[in-house]
Ligand binder design. Sequence first.
Ligand SMILES: [Zn+2]
Length: 465
Amino acid sequence: MGQESKNGWLFKPRTIALGLAIAVAVPATAFVSGFFAGQSAAVPPSEIDIQVDGFAQVLTLASWEAETEPQPPAPITRVVAVESGDNLMGVLIRAGAERTVAHAAIQSLKGSYDPRRDLNVGDELQITFGPGTIRSVENAETEAEDNPNYVLARLTIPVSYDKLIDVSRNEEGEYNANEVERPLTREVVTASGQIESSLFVAARDAGIPARVLAELIRIYSFDIDFQRDIWQGDKFELMFEQFRGENGDVVHEGEIFYAKLTLRDTETPLYRYETTAGNLDYFNSKGNSVRKTLMRTPVDGARLSSRFGKRKHPILGYTRMHAGVDFAAPTGTPIYAAGNGTIVQAGRNGGYGNYIRIRHNGTFQTAYAHLSKFARKTRKGARVKQGQVIGYIGTTGRSTGPHLHYEVLRNGRQINPRSVRIPSGEKLKGAELKKFIAMRDARDVEYTQLRDAGTRLVENSADEQ
Ligand SMILES: [Zn+2]
């Protein structure tokens, strides 16, 4: 079933784990279905997006026997997106729920969902109204204003890409909330392309999702200097997983299993692998982990704009030591912690502007300057993991334009980050290496099969975005 998605991919998905595509029996189904003993095709008009519930359409076919009897109206499902400044009560009322009923539904969330904390702008709530008799006449402005017999029957709130909260009304008019798993389909897709200017641009233009691209850059950033090592005509290939929701949209991008950069005829494949001891990492074809103590390029898609060493200062005009390296990238580009460690400084720091310093061990620290802003969890004393976003590129302090000034300090003194002898990560040996090689060979076959089965990026996919 080759198909073209919104992202502009043409792929031949292969559903690997059907176990993940479990159809969840929603507890409310039986109750909601109870509405449809008889059916009317009359759907009240509304200015809000209306979807007729799938159950209703199916059950309409079986409703012929009730033709002559008074027919309760069909349920309506409205999909309402949370807007800035919304609270859950406001969203439910906007959808047409009555205040006291909405309150009861919200009360049922206690213990499983806190709307004030968990409701996010952009969340899409499905709100279903069905025929009901409980209605407060005093508050007649609200409950499904188009039809006085409608009552809030069911509400689903997304919690994460794979979970949602389902609130349903029982025959006594009480609301119950349950967390349910969303039925997902997992698929593995491949992508490939040729680099004209940078990996970042080529991958983005090819329609690779931003999260996958960030991960691709991160796993190669230990070894590759994206400014110096990448040339026109270099190639990339990768294989990753993604998850689709019930409506077929991609709701989550999973892990990259395999990637290969071909840089001037040198192939550098990487494989995701979990060791018997539980260390999950990317390994090259020889079974050496890519993880190093410090990343060379702690920012996505950046251009090295100034090297370490003596230079004429662009603002002060005289020659002075440039104690770090500069990476130019647009304001707001995420900056990563170059290694695991503890934040020892995060705040304003003179000409450095917004500044972060991380202590990695007794010998090494790294510093990041001119940030536009800090990531939410960035504060003095916080532990950070390698690759974690700590802040965003900016041009605060003494700076001529958006860039990251990045320093590596050894025993408190700035050194050239490119001269640091970085101890390499784990090298697989013996039985572990054998196991890895078996996995590696299986991945190679899997990639080739998927690719040859017609997995290709659509040309000009970037135009659609
Ligand atoms: Zn600098």
